[in-house]
Design a protein around this ligand. Structure first.
Ligand code: FAD
Ligand code: NAI
Length: 514
């Protein structure tokens, strides 16, 4: 028996060794292949021109799954990279470096079978009748031409959304948003600026208090995750290296509704609020910000007697995370289509994501209104759906044109035998055509919601068989980490994020102000 157990052990060891070796070999081959792209097929001018606006979750998911050899694909976006937004809050404190969650769009497109044209530009107007997109290069370096027109046969609008301010005065001038890489960099800089200015020689106690008051407006997942990351930064690094600030550094989360994270289940909302209390993050619910100045916000809350009161809350850093608003280009397109007149939150689309009132324009992600929450999960699934749809449309066209040729051939067939042969081919193609055309409308499959809440805890509402699994705590945090690591765009991103986590764990976060 002992001998047999040794044999089993030896074999288990050999198999483990081989699978690790195989895994490493596979990863190394993947990296080599990624660095050495093969020659790409040139686009065929007789094919339809498919213009894709944006390089976010929706558009990139479409491009990832699209057979580009079927169309002349043109991508237009002012951002020449894809951004993995779920880890953006971690960039505000330096837990993760921003480049680790960016994937250059050029590298990605260079690996498609047929080449794709990319213009770094903003689409400024869409003429749906003339089928033209007007584009403008708004980057710092401009050539002799910085504005142009791009005609399309098919158009996908995936331009996302902009930050909602609800017209509240002072938000744009004094607040920081958290949507793009530049926003995270600005916040990181301001946190350090507030700390250093607060410790300036002879700074008054009131001013120190103000400068070290970090206010986050909006108790959705963006606000909650940022507040958690910021408190971690303070607990684990800032108070160690700048001990003078430890009695005054304070994070407050302001939310207009009665609770934070309204999309999560009640037990997880309670868990988040309890954890924030333990972390000493103050939550001010039922408090609506009405005005923002350079040094304080004015917020309306209801007091114990049910009376509305206006309060001035001084701040050093203000992060504004109150959700999405429609981009001007989308608003403009909506105004030019009568069928969109009742739509407010974005482009109303049908179940195949076609923009209502048009035939050859589709919309994905945060700029589309398809009755789902504006999340990366929805945008990604919509993009993948459109890729399948377009691949199928191309196949349909190919089969239909073959069928047309075969019918002509059948008419010209010299004898019954060749006529029957063609007839069989036609029947076969018709069967294929029926199969290809069997594509149902878009259906969203919700995998669950995840959010980091600080002090190595996360909350998760996961769709589980027929029900829902709500969990919160440190195990969920490990799940959060592994889920987001596996969802990173590329192996390169995965390795970089993992190394950033390791670096922060071993050396702590960097407290220098760039
Ligand atoms: P985006 O990803 O915003 O991409 C829009 C693209 O369009 C960009 O490339 C932009 O440069 C480009 N663009 C803008 N204007 C123009 C123009 N005029 N012409 C051409 N191109 C243009 N969702 C989740 O499901 N899970 C999460 O954990 C999560 N975390 C998040 C964390 C943060 C901090 C934020 C801000 C969002 C998070 N989200 C998350 C939401 C998610 O990021 C969005 O729902 C998702 O990015 C929407 O994808 P999109 O393709 O519609 O837009
Ligand atoms: P949100 O729309 O989810 O939340 C914004 C919050 O701000 C709301 O609760 C609203 O009541 C509050 N608010 C609005 N105006 C206010 C005011 N004047 N004063 C005080 N509070 C005010 O926005 P968020 O968090 O930016 O998220 C946008 C989208 O991205 C959502 O669909 C969200 O689900 C998704 N997202 C998902 C994440 C995740 O799954 N982990 C992380 C971040 C975003």
């Amino acid at each position: 028996v002992k001998k047999r157990s040794w044999g089993v052990l030896r074999w288990t060891w050999r198999l483990t060794y081989l699978s690790v070796l195989g895994g490493l070999g596979y990863t190394a081959y993947g990296i080599w292949q990624n660095r050495n792209p093969v020659e790409q097929q040139e686009p065929d001018p007789s094919k339809k021109t498919l213009v894709v606006l944006g390089t976010g979750w929706g558009s990139v998911s479409l491009l990832k799954n699209l057979d580009t050899e079927n169309y002349n694909v043109v991508v237009i976006s002012p951002r020449n990279y894809f951004l993995f937004t779920p880890l953006l809050p971690s960039c505000t404190t330096g837990t993760i470096e921003h480049r680790s969650i960016m994937e250059p769009i050029r590298n990605f497109l260079r690996h498609k079978k047929a080449s794709v044209k990319y213009y770094e530009a903003e689409a400024t107007k869409i003429d749906h009748e003339k089928k033209i997109v007007y584009i403008s290069d708004d980057s710092d370096i401009k050539g002799t031409i910085s504005q142009n027109e791009v005609p399309f046969d098919m158009l996908v609008v995936g331009v996302g959304a902009e930050n909602a301010t609800f017209g509240i005065p002072g938000v744009r001038e004094h607040g920081c948003f958290l949507k793009e890489v530049g926003d995270a960099q600005k916040i990181r800089k301001r946190i350090m600026d507030c700390c250093e200015t607060a410790t300036f020689k002879d700074q008054s106690p009131d001013e120190v208090k103000r400068l070290l008051h970090m206010v986050v407006v909006g108790g959705g997942p963006t606000g909650v995750e940022f507040a958690g990351e910021l408190q971690d930064f303070f607990e684990e690094d800032l108070k160690k290296w700048i001990p003078e600030i430890q009695n005054n550094f304070h994070v407050t989360l302001v939310e207009a509704l009665p609770s934070v994270l309204p999309m999560f289940s009640k037990s997880l909302i309670d868990y988040t609020e309890k954890t924030f209390k333990e972390e000493t993050i103050e939550i001010r619910t039922k408090t609506m910000v009405k005005n923002v100045t350079e040094t304080y916000i004015e917020a309306e809350y209801t007091d114990a007697n049910g009376q509305k009161q206006l309060e001035k809350i001084p701040y050093g850093l203000l992060v504004w995370a109150t959700g999405n608003a429609v981009r001007p280009i989308v608003k403009d397109l909506m105004n030019s289509i009568p069928a969109q007149k009742d739509s407010r939150r974005g482009l109303a689309v049908n179940e195949y994501l076609v923009v209502n009132g048009t035939e050859n324009i589709w919309a994905v992600g945060d700029c589309a209104v398809a009755n789902y929450a504006p999340t990366a999960q929805v945008a990604g699934q919509e993009g993948a759906f459109l890729a399948r749809l377009f691949n199928q449309m191309a196949k349909t066209e190919e089969i239909e044109s073959k069928l047309k040729d075969l019918s002509e051939e059948q008419g010209k067939a010299p004898n019954k035998e060749s006529r029957d042969k063609v007839f069989e081919e036609i029947k076969d193609l018709q069967r294929r055509l029926r199969r290809v055309k069997q594509m149902g409308p878009f259906e969203y499959s919700h995998q669950g919601s995840l959010a980091y809440i600080g002090s190595e805890k996360a909350v998760a509402d996961i769709s589980w068989l027929t029900g829902n699994l709500a969990s919160g705590g440190q195990l969920t945090y490990l799940f959060w980490r592994s889920a987001y690591l596996s969802m990173c765009f590329s192996t390169r991103n995965r390795v970089l994020v993992f190394m950033d986590w390791l670096k922060s764990y071993i050396f702590g976060r960097d407290v220098s102000r760039e």
